[in-house]
Design a binder for this molecule. Structure first.
Ligand SMILES: Nc1ncnc2c1ncn2[C@@H]1O[C@H](COP(=O)(O)OP(=O)(O)O)[C@@H](O)[C@H]1O
Ligand SMILES: [Mg+2]
Length: 328
């Protein structure tokens, strides 16, 4: 592979769900790319389309999802491929961790057996002893204390943060190159959140893995990602380097997210959180214009006419989708 080549290129991804209330547009033409060793953040409120757009990439969506567009992984198209083609990617080159790690484990299977099964997927001849050794090395890399001893434990004997470390170790055991981390720290308290973020950053440094880090908390995303996509109503509303967001967002939606987000580490401050007025738009009844217009304090009639284009604002990849913001 050429250096500088994108690991993942998503182009005009759309996902609609056929429901008994009609067609439900969840993702409406999403394009982004991810370089090797890059951490990309996706942020937006619940229902913005963050999970659906990333689950579409390894074809993990349910059958009622209609997907179009393109997702090329090292130049190979993943969308519309057979299960056997995707076997190499799903859960292997592309690993995933989620908000509630406990759910993905069989409560009756201890970790030793989980790792053994995982290693056996790619090496049928691996022995239990070698599996234990390899698991212990990975668990020490992901910071699980007394990892080797704890292999005999069952899922309920671990905390949420420990289960996330185990989930990351299992992704690495399967040769993960791209980790999709979908709200991996949302259920954890702030101290553990920080530790998991530090672990993911370390793995980027030591293993050069690429990460898509999804969260509703824009400050947390800015803490870990180099670049951020802000999503709302299945659309990218603003995109740019994290440093730009730290200096201040340009889109009214991103500004509202920043105002509503607790500062990283100031979880226990008495500062009252500001919440964004209005409700997340129901995609089954999408407005013709900007999806944020009904909640936007700066909206005018023009905003309700059509979906504004995502326009570049500078030569450094900053983009925004808002009629009030123009190339500077
Ligand atoms: N299986 C499904 N059937 C119908 N609609 C769905 C399904 N999964 C997700 N959606 C809808 O797609 C939209 C985007 O969902 P999602 O990507 O999960 O949001 P986020 O991860 O940003 O919270 C939401 O409106 C959600 O209700
Ligand atoms: Mg989600």
């Amino acid at each position: 592979m050429r250096t500088g080549e994108a690991l993942l290129e998503v182009e005009n991804l759309t996902v609609s769900f056929s429901t008994n209330r009609g067609l439900h547009a969840a993702v409406r033409g999403l394009s982004f790319s991810l370089d090797e060793g890059e951490i990309l953040g996706i942020v937006g409120e619940s229902g913005s389309g963050k999970s659906v757009s990333t689950q579409a990439i390894p074809s993990l969506l349910p059958k009622n999802a209609l997907v179009s567009g393109s997702a090329r992984y090292r130049g190979k198209e993943l969308l519309g491929q057979s299960v056997s083609f995707l076997r190499e990617y799903r859960g292997k080159k592309i690993g995933m961790i989620f908000q509630e790690p406990g759910r993905s484990y069989d409560p009756l299977q201890n970790m030793e057996s989980v790792f053994f099964e995982t290693f056996r997927n790619s090496d049928r001849s691996i022995t239990k002893d070698l599996s234990r050794e390899k698991a212990a090395v990975l668990l020490s890399e992901t910071g699980l204390e007394r990892g080797k001893e704890r292999l005999s434990n069952f899922p309920h004997q671990f905390s949420g943060g420990q289960l996330q470390r185990i989930g990351i170790a299992l992704a690495l055991a399967q040769g993960c190159e791209l980790l999709i981390a979908d709200e991996p720290t949302t259920a954890l308290d702030v101290t553990i959140q920080k530790q998991i973020v530090a672990l993911l950053r370390k793995l980027r440094e030591t293993r050069n893995i690429s990460i898509i880090f999804i969260s509703h908390d824009i400050n947390l995303v800015a803490e870990i990602a180099g670049r951020i996509l802000v999503m709302y109503g299945g659309l990218i509303m603003e995109a740019g380097k994290s440093a730009m967001f730290a200096e201040g967002a340009v889109h009214p939606y991103s500004k509202a997210l920043l105002a509503a987000s607790p500062r990283f580490g100031s979880h226990y401050s008495r500062e009252r959180l500001r919440t964004i007025p209005g409700r997340v738009t129901d995609p089954a009844q999408a407005e013709p214009g900007c999806p944020f217009a009904p909640r936007c304090a700066e909206a005018s009639d023009e905003c309700r006419k059509g979906v504004p284009p995502l326009v570049p604002l500078d030569g450094e990849g900053r983009k925004a989708r808002c009629v009030r913001i123009q190339w500077r």
